[in-house]
Design a protein around this ligand. Structure first.
Ligand code: ZN
Length: 398
């Protein structure tokens, strides 16, 4: 009796554990990683307060904890880049202090400077964002671009001689009488790194599937945080969740998996470009690069960039999606230099970029926050990728 009960309990436990393995994703884990990476402590994973380095060190520890193998001395592939960044920012127009990130942004290539109650006149260049001046004037001390329908920030790789503000339409007053401002910052070299972990395949280890996601974002503009929750703490969390799943011995795929969390994507695909010029495994061993960026949406399906050059990958993903009724659609578009798959594709490596569509409207602004993301479609996205990875490159029998 006792032993029969034990057997029943054991088979029940096995059945349960099989269910867990089959469903794969761990929403609690992914949510935790996303919240952590998008938190204040990582300073928007950019070039202020060592944010990006802190994130790299965090990911290194996570790769280690999950049991991924380093391919060199450690998991980091360091490189450096020059970036324009801002330590403190203030803008007051007609005596009213504006809210950074909401009312205005600094043009990413803005210079630095300070002024108190500068009267609008020949020292101030004020122009609508649709009509920038053709050339500068020596008298100018500050540039003010007005009327922006949507403020979108990025990373500057050079510095202009003057402070340069971009005002939202809502924050642009009828008449600008006085401007006070402070812009303190610097243009200098920063250390950055790609974080790389490897899982050897069980029967075909020479063939490598690369799963990558950039973990950097825009950092801070002064004290204003750009959390980059969808862009791309979400893709990084998904990468970690896939690494967590496949690092379990019972889930080892036939071919090898190379997980790369790229740095400095927002500065112009700098980390991935560095990687393809200094690959740790020969690029010709890569059967496909799956680049994950903006993965927190999904109500309007999933887009594959560079699908036209990779029809087998598109067909596989699309038929698995249909067979298992996961997302509303898988759409395709031609190649674009819009994320880390691109440097690989330029070297002739099969590489696609997947991003989710729908649910998230914030983009490169302070509203891209973790608490705004529902992750409703995350389990479906994970399952789709898991099924894809399981079948690739065996031309898919869903
Ligand atoms: Zn991104």
């Amino acid at each position: 009796m006792k032993s029969r009960l034990y057997k029943v309990a054991l088979s029940l436990a096995l059945a349960l554990s099989c269910t867990v393995v089959a469903s794969g994703q761990d929403l609690v884990y992914a949510r935790q990683q996303l919240d952590t990476l998008a938190s204040e402590a990582f300073h928007g994973r950019g070039y202020v307060a060592r944010g990006q380095q802190l994130a790299a060190e965090y990911l290194l520890r996570e790769f280690q904890r999950l049991g991924l193998q380093p391919l060199s001395d450690n998991y980091l592939q360091p490189f450096s880049l020059e970036v324009n960044s801002f330590d403190s920012v203030l803008l007051r127009i007609n005596g009213r202090t504006l809210v950074p990130g909401i009312d205005y942004l600094l043009y990413p290539k803005s210079g630095y400077g300070e002024a108190k109650k500068l009267k609008s006149g020949n020292k101030t260049a004020i122009f609508n964002y649709q009509n920038p001046p053709k050339s500068g004037k020596p008298s100018w001390e500050v540039l003010l671009e007005t009327g922006h329908p949507k403020l979108t920030w990025s990373v500057g790789r050079e510095t202009w001689p003057l402070p340069y503000f971009q005002l939202s339409g809502a924050a642009t007053p009828q008449k600008i009488k006085t401007i006070s401002y402070v812009v303190r910052g610097n243009f200098r070299a920063h250390q950055a790194a790609n974080v790389i972990g490897y899982l050897e395949g069980s029967s075909n280890p020479d063939s490598v599937l690369v799963i990558c996601a950039h973990y950097d974002h825009l950092g801070r503009m002064g004290s204003t945080l750009f959390p980059g929750a969808n862009d791309n703490a979400s893709g990084t969390a998904l990468l970690l969740d896939l690494a967590r799943h496949y690092s379990r011995p019972e889930n080892t795929p036939a071919y090898s998996l190379l997980f790369i969390a790229f740095g400095a994507e927002e500065a112009g695909l700098v980390g991935s470009t560095y990687y393809v010029n200094n690959p740790i495994l020969p690029l010709n061993r890569i059967s496909l690069v799956l680049n994950l960026d903006l993965m927190a949406g999904g109500s309007q399906g999933l887009m594959m960039v560079n699908a036209l050059k990779n029809p087998a990958a598109y067909q596989a993903l699309d038929s698995l999606n249909k067979a298992h009724s996961l997302l509303s659609s898988i759409q395709k578009r031609d190649n674009a230099a819009n994320s880390d798959h691109y440097p690989f594709s330029q070297k002739g490596v099969p590489a696609v970029f997947l991003y989710t569509m729908g649910d998230v409207t914030a983009y490169h602004d302070p509203n891209d926050r973790a608490e705004k993301l529902q992750l409703q479609h995350y389990p479906a996205v994970f399952e789709l990728l898991q099924r894809f990875i399981q079948h690739w490159p065996n031309r898919i029998q869903p």
